[in-house]
Write a protein that binds this ligand. Structure first.
Ligand code: ADP
Ligand code: ASP
Ligand code: MG
Length: 400
């Protein structure tokens, strides 16, 4: 078999941990598999590098951020290759460029456009375990790019897809995908299986156990994806096609996104083209807008609200300053988004209503709502986020 294994920050957080990972990789190799390993930076390392840059400015050049942040993963890849070789297993570390990962031109959250598989294959053929630095690639202009926070998951899935690997294992610090973040609700249950679509929603709504784009890519390329712990041998969670899952609960999971900020524009003139102008500007800056809400106009003006990731508020402010949509723009980072997700919602009514009742019972005010076929999201004050998660988790019997 050809196995791709990805190890996240805590899994390679210390030299001892890297040694443990090397033992696990070596065992997979001894069992007769070809192995490609994708590693994250040691835990805390990426944040530390960001803080270093912020010492100088809160708006560093994105190109230089990619140069800076990609270094964390390179350190771990080389250390793991050294550890493996010292155990008698030939191994080579490769940067994103060396591994043939080509991306678009967008710095700090680039998309993978193609992978030249011959580069990794050559090293495997020579008998090596290949250790790829995750989270990075090279763009058409030959510049280093990174894939957005949590992007090593995407590196692993994309490599597994390109190499047509038999299995892609994402090793992390929890046993798999739970009904909600087990750090918020200790009664959360591990799921044996979850559909690509539900995982995609959970990930995009804040469950950082898998990066959103990695799930998107896994679905597209039909990658056999498993998340599991690098700290034990427990069975993990299989992310698979909906038809492979027999029982579909109405709600499969609850997610909390703490990285959201709300932008409110008051007195926006109520005429054609205004929304188009605002969101074109934000799109051009690659800002991820979510939960757009506009009221019925009154007296020729209206109010418009939307959410953006907290770390894109600065960019949003700069973009908004260039258009004259509203004199009064407010930014609120003291909010969170709580969501319930489940494919069973498609065929059941009253699911959203139960969520609203549950939060009302806790005295939590819902400030924004958005829904799709398989999710209901609510914006609430930050201080109520975890309480809301626990209340919803119990209301849909997920801790039963
Ligand atoms: P890594 O560094 O290995 O990539 P992350 O910190 O990115 O790990 O993701 C793992 C974390 O995701 C867990 O420690 C857990 O707190 C969090 N998490 C959030 N939602 C969930 C969920 N539904 N199931 C499991 N873990 C979750
Ligand atoms: N090191 C990067 C981050 O912290 C990428 C990753 O860990 O997946 O976001
Ligand atoms: Mg992660």
């Amino acid at each position: 078999m050809l196995v791709v294994q990805k190890y996240g920050g805590t899994s390679v957080g210390t030299l001892e941990r890297i040694n443990e990972v090397a033992k696990r990789v070596a065992k997979t190799r001894r069992n007769g598999n070809d192995v490609v390993v994708v590693v994250s930076a040691m835990s805390g390392e990426t944040n530390k590098l960001i803080e270093y840059a912020e010492y100088f400015t809160n708006n560093p050049q994105q190109r230089e951020m990619d140069m800076l942040l990609s270094s964390g993963e390179r350190v771990t890849s080389a250390l793991l290759a050294i550890a493996l070789a010292s155990m008698g297993y030939p191994a080579v570390a490769m940067s994103g460029r060396q591994a043939g990962i080509e991306t678009d031109l967008c710095h700090t959250k680039a998309r993978i456009e193609s992978i030249d598989r011959t580069k990794i294959e050559q090293k495997i053929k020579e008998g090596n375990i290949v250790v790829v630095a995750g989270f990075q690639g090279i763009n058409r202009s030959g510049e280093v790019s990174t894939l957005g926070r949590g992007g090593s998951d995407l590196s692993a899935v994309a490599i597994a897809g390109a190499l047509e690997a038999d299995l892609c294992e994402i090793y992390t610090d929890v046993d798999g995908v739970y009904t909600t973040d087990p750090r918020i609700e200790p009664k959360a249950k591990k799921l044996d299986k979850i559909s690509y679509d539900e995982m995609l929603e959970l990930a995009s709504l804040g469950a950082k156990v898998l990066q959103t784009r990695s799930v998107e890519m896994a679905k597209k390329l039909n990658v056999n994806l498993v998340t599991r712990s690098s700290f034990n041998d427990n069975e993990g969670t299989l992310i698979t096609k909906e038809e492979n899952i027999m029982e579909q609960p109405i709600v499969s999971g609850v997610a909390l996104d703490k990285n959201q900020a709300r932008v409110t524009l008051r007195g926006v003139s109520d005429k054609p083209g205004i929304a188009a102008e605002i969101f074109r500007k934000l799109a051009n800056e690659n800002i991820n807008v979510d939960m757009i809400i506009q009221n019925v106009g009154y007296d020729g003006t209206t109010n418009l609200g939307f959410t953006v990731p907290q770390n894109e508020v600065e960019m949003t402010k700069q973009a908004m300053a260039q258009i004259k949509a509203s004199e009064l723009v407010e930014y609120d980072s003291e909010i969170v988004k709580v969501s319930i997700v489940g494919v069973g919602m498609k065929s059941h009514s009253g699911v959203a209503c139960k969520a609203f009742e549950t939060l009302a019972k806790e005295g939590i005010n819902i400030e924004m709502i958005s829904t799709s076929e398989i999710k209901v999201s609510m914006v609430v004050a930050q201080k109520y986020g975890e309480l809301a998660v626990r209340a919803l988790h119990s209301a849909y019997d997920l801790d039963a």
